[in-house]
Design a protein around this ligand. Structure first.
Ligand code: ATP
Ligand code: MG
Length: 348
C-alpha cells in the first residue's frame, strides 16, 4: 500500500529548502522502493494568501489523512500587520495541536566537519550529540486566557497563561525516558520550579514517571542554569526534556553549538508515533529568495521521517551519510562557511 506524505513548504526560505529536501526524498523513494505518494498544500502566510486563513480545514483534513507531514517554515514580515489570530504562526500552532503532536524531538549533533563553525571551542563541543525533547501542544503558547488590553487608568497591559495538566506532563516525560532508554540512559528535566507552579507540578510528575524507568539516571535543572550549562559544558547532557517555551529557546541555543540553526531537524510526534517533520529554524525572511539558505535541516528532517514514521533506518542512515559526505567535500552554505571551503547555495 502506498504511503501518503503531505508536503507543506510554507513561507520565506520554505520553498527553497523544501525543493532540495523533496529531491532527496524522491531519490530515497526510488532507491529503497518506499512507495511514497507526495502531495503538496499550503500553511502559514501562503495559506493566508490563498484561503484567508493560516491553515485551511481542507489542508488540515489532508494532514490527518497523510501518513506523515513534511514542513518547511512559516511566517514573515509580509503578514505582520494582519489580525493576530490569522498570523502564519497560528496556523503552525493549530496544525501541531489539531494533530496532537505533543512530542517534539530536536537532536543537536555536531558534525565533526563543522567543529570550526560552532560558537564554542572544539574541545567543548567535539562529539556533541544531545536530544532536546520539547513539549509542543501545551503551556504558555496555548494557555487561555491571554489578552492585551487597556486598563481603566489608560495603561496598556497584557498577560498569558502557562497551564500544564498532569497527563500532558506524564506523556512528554515518557517520551523523554523512552528516548533516554534507547540512548545513554541519562535524562535531564528542565523547569523553573523555584518560581513557577506549573514547573513544580512538572517536577513532581517527572519524578513519578521516573519510577517506571529505574535504569535512567534522572536529574533536574532550572532553565536559567541549563542555558548557562549548554554553553559552558554541553556534553554533560544526553537527553533534555522540557516544556514548550523553554524547549523553543534552549533548542535554538543548542543549534549554535552545532554550527548553525540551518543544521537542526525536528520530529513532532503524536501518541501513535505519527509525525510532522520540519527544520528547527524559521522562515528566515532576511535571506529568503536569495538561494543561500541551508537546506540540510530540512533534508535531515526527511531522514527523521523515514526513521520515526516509516521505520526505514537504512534509508534514513543513507541520508545522514550523504549530508556528511557533502560536508567532507567542503561544500557549505553561508551560515556554516569557514575558510578553505566552497560556498554554495540552493540556487546553483
Ligand atoms: P521562528 O520564530 O519561526 O523560529 P526566528 O525568529 O527564530 O523564527 P529564523 O527564521 O529561524 O528566526 O531565523 C533566525 C536567523 O537564522 C536568521 O538570521 C536567519 O537568516 C538564520 N537562518 C534560519 N534558517 C536558516 C537556514 N536554513 N540557513 C541559513 N540561515 C538560516
Ligand atoms: Mg526560532
Amino acid at each position: 500500500m502506498s504511503k501518503r506524505i503531505l508536503v507543506l513548504q510554507g513561507d520565506g526560505i520554505g520553498p527553497e529548502i523544501m525543493a532540495e529536501a523533496v529531491k532527496v526524498l524522491n531519490l530515497a523513494n526510488e532507491k529503497y522502493e518506499l512507495g511514497f505518494e507526495l502531495s503538496s498544500g499550503e500553511l502559514g502566510g501562503a495559506s493566508y494568501d490563498k484561503y484567508g486563513v493560516p491553515l485551511a480545514d481542507e489542508t488540515l483534513e489532508r494532514a490527518r489523512q497523510a501518513d506523515a507531514v513534511l514542513l518547511g517554515a512559516v511566517g514573515g514580515p509580509k503578514w505582520d500587520g494582519i489580525d493576530p489570530a490569522l498570523r502564519p504562526e497560528r496556523g503552525l500552532l493549530k496544525i501541531r495541536s489539531e494533530l496532537g503532536l505533543f512530542g517534539n524531538l530536536r537532536p543537536a549533533i555536531l558534525y565533526p566537519q563543522l567543529a570550526e563553525s560552532s560558537t564554542l571551542k572544539p574541545e567543548v563541543v567535539s562529539g556533541l550529540d544531545i536530544l532536546i525533547v520539547r513539549e509542543l501542544t501545551g503551556g504558555i503558547y496555548f494557555g487561555q486566557p491571554r489578552e492585551k488590553r487597556v486598563l481603566a487608568n489608560g495603561e496598556r497591559q497584557a498577560y498569558d497563561t502557562l497551564p500544564y495538566s498532569e497527563s500532558e506532563i506524564r506523556r512528554i516525560a515518557k517520551v523523554g525516558f523512552d528516548m533516554a532508554m534507547v540512548r545513554n540512559k541519562k535524562l535531564c528535566s528542565v523547569d523553573k520550579a523555584n518560581v513557577l507552579a506549573s514547573s513544580q507540578l512538572w517536577r513532581e510528575v517527572v519524578e513519578e514517571v521516573a519510577k517506571d524507568y529505574p535504569e535512567v539516571e534522572l536529574s533536574h535543572m532550572y532553565v536559567d542554569n541549563c542555558a548557562m550549562q549548554l554553553v559552558r559544558a554541553p556534553k554533560q547532557f544526553d537527553v533534555i526534556v522540557t516544556d514548550n517555551m523553554f524547549g523553543d529557546i534552549l533548542s535554538d541555543q543548542a543549534s549554535m553549538l552545532t554550527g548553525s540553526i540551518g543544521m537542526l531537524p525536528s520530529a513532532s510526534l503524536d501518541v501513535n508515533g505519527k509525525g510532522m517533520y520540519e527544520p528547527c529554524h524559521g522562515s528566515a525572511p532576511d535571506i529568503a529568495g536569495k538561494g543561500v539558505a541551508n537546506p540540510l535541516a530540512t533534508i535531515l528532517s526527511v531522514s527523521m521521517m523515514l526513521r520515526y514514521s516509516f521505520a526505514q533506518a537504512e534509508a534514513a542512515d543513507a541520508i545522514e551519510q550523504a549530508v556528511s559526505l557533502v560536508l567532507d567535500q567542503g561544500l557549505r552554505t553561508g551560515d556554516i562557511y569557514s575558510e578553505g571551503c566552497r560556498q554554495v547555495g540552493t540556487a546553483e
